[in-house]
Design a protein around this ligand. Structure first.
Ligand SMILES: *[C@@H]1O[C@H](CO)[C@@H](O)[C@H](O)[C@H]1NC(C)=O
Ligand SMILES: *[C@@H]1O[C@H](CO)[C@@H](O)[C@H](O)[C@H]1NC(C)=O
Ligand SMILES: *[C@@H]1O[C@H](CO)[C@@H](O)[C@H](O)[C@H]1NC(C)=O
Length: 178
């Protein structure tokens, strides 16, 4: 896994185990697109609740996938509409399914994601089967304390070699409880 953080300080506390955060995560927009029907027949994602967000997603593959890569970028969206890239993460999707990346935020998020989904524990990911994530909730205490009150966007690309298979965009903000 390749991770580049520009704001190391934001993510450093992740490794330590920290107290409950005093902010809520808000998701304003969730989108997902199939880039090529060659691999994916159907993909749907829904934002069911915005504050303390709850999301669901489902997809059916047209081809069994033996390997794939995940490329995620995390940007802060500044008031002047410019972006500040905070993190870039590239990882082996099959290893991610196998929970190989346990010791960081990404691994932790996935471990709980698995409890509300029927995603396989490793590759291959079979064609023709309906995979679902049901009512996954973003819990702010799984994120670091003291994150800046800002708008952000996470863009996730699922790739086979360099070919885009599907992409996901999540836009949101954090709101501090006063
Ligand atoms: C997926 O990528 C395409 C091409 O870059 C882009 O036009 C589209 O908005 C993206 N969709 C999402 C949900 O990020
Ligand atoms: C679905 O996969 C089959 C091969 O398994 C292929 O022939 C077909 O073209 C694919 N569908 C699309 C829409 O690409
Ligand atoms: C998901 O949440 C919705 C709305 O709260 C609820 O109606 C539905 O039963 C939940 N589904 C599952 C599988 O928990």
């Amino acid at each position: 896994m390749f991770i580049r953080f520009s704001f190391l300080a934001i993510f450093l506390p992740l490794q330590l185990g920290f107290a409950k955060s005093n902010y809520d995560i808000v998701i304003s927009n969730l989108g997902c697109d199939i880039a090529t029907k060659k691999y994916v027949n159907e993909l749907d994602c829904q934002l069911l609740r915005k504050r303390i967000p709850m999301v669901s997603a489902r997809f059916i593959l047209n081809q069994t996938i033996d390997y794939f890569d995940i490329h995620a970028t995390f940007d802060l969206l500044k008031k002047d509409k410019s972006r500040l890239n905070v993190a870039d993460i590239k990882m082996d999707g099959c290893k991610y399914l196998g929970s190989m990346y346990q010791n960081n935020i990404i691994g932790k998020l996935f471990r709980r994601l698995k409890t509300v989904s029927n995603l396989p524990g490793n590759c291959p990911v079979l064609k023709g089967k309906l995979f679902e994530i049901r009512n996954y909730t973003f819990k702010s205490d799984e994120f670091p304390p003291g994150v800046p009150q800002a708008k952000w966007q996470v863009r996730i690309k699922l790739l086979k070699r360099s070919e885009l298979v599907a992409n996901v965009s999540i836009e949101g903000s954090v709101v501090y409880n006063t």
